[in-house]
Design a protein around this ligand. Structure first.
Ligand code: PMP
Length: 368
């Protein structure tokens, strides 16, 4: 063991005293804390991945396709078929998880001397990646129902003139979607203020009651929609995120991407998963039904619930959310305390996992 602490090293000032992103990875029977898909990949898909990876292994002496053209072409087809807006590979860029997509966007459009805004509470990695890329972070407002108030948000954009505006819809951790009119209003405000890039994080869009905002890309070159295979495709372990935007944005992020960032194994695995899109989207339908059941049962038990368009539900209110989190954990169910005062978040799992969760929170209610 070493006695040297991080702060003994000559780390950048803005990293001193900070903690890394850290959702607990605890070994408990029911893990409903990181918005993963509870269904393992179907066996025929596992077989197909094995085949494609075996094939890719034969040329691992060579670097992978640096531009991942085949994968981007298949992602563009998926977006075209499900998003109501035609896109080609030149509109799509892929990286190791949407976290890396966001990092590349901030390296390109943020950075030292520049700022980004997000409307909080929202996905905490937006702020953390901003810090990691030297981009100033501006916490923007939400109202007491966790909705983005268009006027307040427009004022914040006009005042701070950020270089990048993040809009997460459906939002994490609250679960609610942002209406398209609000996104449009913020896009206009961002163009009037700077103009800046508007990044719509649609990590959970496949679970939404509403449609993707992909059609808004038409005629809006400063709009970027980011997506992931970690949730709807049930492939969090794969690490594959992607974006859709004007081809100029795709060209711009290539200025900062590491060469060959997407391994041949990743590309082969993602291509196999895309061949099984229909089956995987079938699981999404089941999860949406389970999400709606969680909302209904939590309300019937007397909890408050934020409207959810995602594969998770924010519920409360608790006088002490962390204590409630611990009591649910003591009953073998791991949920997430995102630090939103009074609220916790549960990911929709299998029906059995959700039953275990509901039993735990019904018992907890009696104690409160
Ligand atoms: N955006 C949002 C809103 C998320 O909640 C997450 C994952 N928790 C991500 C992006 C990142 O996902 P990944 O890097 O696995 O694609």
């Amino acid at each position: 063991m070493s006695d040297v602490r991080i702060d003994d090293l000559p780390v950048r000032d803005e990293l001193r005293g900070k903690s890394p992103y850290g959702a607990p990875q605890l070994d408990v029977p029911v893990r409903l804390n990181t918005n993963e898909n509870p269904y393992p990949l179907p066996e025929p898909l596992v077989e197909r991945i094995t085949e494609r990876v075996r094939e890719a292994a034969r040329s691992l002496n060579r670097y992978p396709d640096r531009d991942a053209v085949q994968l981007r072409t298949e992602l563009a087809k998926y977006l075209t078929e499900t998003g109501g807006h035609p896109l080609g590979f030149e509109n799509v860029w892929a990286a190791n998880g949407s976290n890396e997509v966001i990092q590349q966007l901030l390296q390109t459009f943020g950075g030292p001397g520049r700022t980004a805004i997000g409307f909080e509470p929202s996905y905490s990695m937006h702020a953390l990646i901003a810090r990691g890329t030297g981009t100033g972070w501006i916490p923007g407002p939400r109202n007491e129902n966790f909705a983005i108030d268009p006027d307040a948000a427009r004022r914040a954009i006009a005042e701070h003139k950020p270089d990048v505006v993040f809009i997460t819809t459906p939002n994490n951790p609250t679960g609610n979607a942002v209406p398209p009119e609000t996104v449009l209003a913020l896009y206009e405000a961002a163009q009037a203020a700077k103009p800046s890039m508007v990044v719509v994080d649609e990590a959970y869009i496949e679970f939404s009651h509403g449609d993707s905002l992909l059609p808004l890309l038409q005629g809006r070159p400063h709009l970027v929609i980011s997506r992931t295979m970690s949730k709807a495709f049930g492939a969090a372990g794969l690490r594959l995120g992607y974006l859709a935007a004007d081809p100029a944005v795709v060209d711009a992020v290539q200025l900062v991407r590491l060469p060959y960032h997407l391994s041949a194994i990743t590309q082969a695995t993602a291509l196999a998963a895309l061949e099984h899109t229909d089956t995987l989207l079938g699981y999404v339908q089941q999860l949406k039904a389970e999400r709606d059941r969680l909302v209904a049962e939590l309300r019937a038990t007397g909890y408050e619930v934020t409207e959810s368009d995602a594969n998770f539900v924010q519920f409360g209110r608790f006088e002490n959310a962390h204590e409630a989190w611990q009591k649910i954990l003591d009953r073998g169910v791991l949920v997430r305390d995102n630090g939103v005062p009074g609220w916790l978040r549960v990911t929709a799992g299998t029906p059995e996992e959700n039953d275990a969760f509901l039993d735990a929170v019904r018992e907890l209610k009696k104690e409160l």
